[in-house]
Write a new protein. Structure first.
Lengths: 140, 104
């Protein structure tokens, strides 16, 4: 692969039925171009966590994926409420999800920790009242 | 064990047969989707009482070929549809999560 391949998705806020579509699309593309299945699994899970966060905590957002020769980067961007204390949000079990959301199986407070665990690099930039950008990178 | 061998062991009904020939190598029990994605190994049997469509989404992304809904929980119609389209096995059983763990 000499040039980079770019994918982009719009993620709808509050739509729990189609939540995960972008991550599933990325997974299919990575499989079709022959990326190592173990790496695909890490990417798919980390991206799903980010996608779900935009659905639950923001009013949706965008996902931009770039597939380069030696790495894959994912940028998840939303114009949601932002994160007040990123360090706290990164802690296992910390969540502001409502009871209704937890009843759907989301809101375990493990999303950001999973993203950190499964990626090679995670950066979270957030401004309260403006939005959040999550940058994930994976070495391939 | 193969996916097709799961149902008789736990008196389960097969809602979606999935890929019967697929080898499963472990069992994971849990309901919080992020916990499952963080801890469940690929190619496991997933025991849960969660029955919405997102369960299939997680199974797709985490490479889980078989879902067992325990304690008599019935799947949402959309969960069934997604398991069909993604070829993921879906079983239901009256047995508890604990009993299924013992039997599998
Ligand atoms: N995109 C986002 N916009 C606003 N807040 C967010 C976003 N992503 C995460 N958060 C905040 O960080 C917390 C922890 O996120 P996470 O680890 O994914 O757990 P969970 O989603 O289960 O709550 C969330 O409860 C929420 O308060
Ligand atoms: Mg989350």
């Amino acid at each position: 692969m000499s040039e980079s391949l770019k994918l982009s998705y719009t993620v709808d806020g509050g739509d729990f039925v189609s939540a995960g579509k972008a991550s599933e699309g990325v997974k299919r593309t990575l499989k079709s171009i022959g990326i190592d299945p173990a790496v695909i699994r890490r990417i798919a899970i980390a991206m799903y966590e980010g996608e779900i966060n935009m659905v639950i905590h923001a009013s949706g957002g965008t996902a931009e994926i770039e597939i380069l020769e030696d790495k894959i980067t994912i940028v998840l961007q939303d114009k949601g409420p932002g994160i007040e204390d990123i360090e706290k949000a990164m802690q296992e079990g910390f969540t502001t999800a409502t009871a209704a959301i937890r009843e759907l199986g989301f809101g375990a407070g493990m999303g950001l920790p999973n993203m950190k665990r499964y990626s090679d690099e995670l950066k979270v930039e957030s401004t309260v009242g403006v939005g959040t950008t999550v940058y994930l990178s994976f070495n391939v | 064990m193969k996916v097709s061998q799961i149902a008789p062991l736990i008196d389960a009904d097969t809602v979606v047969a999935g890929d019967g020939k697929k080898e499963v190598s472990s069992v994971y029990a849990g309901d919080f989707l992020s916990r499952v994605m963080g801890k469940a190994p690929a190619d496991c049997i997933w025991l849960t009482v969660m029955a919405n469509v997102n369960v299939a989404g997680v199974a797709v992304l985490a490479e889980i070929p078989a879902i067992v809904l325990c304690e008599g929980v019935k799947p949402d119609e959309m969960l069934v549809q997604k398991c069909l389209s993604e070829n993921i096995a879906l079983f239901t059983t009256q047995k508890s999560v604990y009993e299924c763990c013992k039997l599998l």
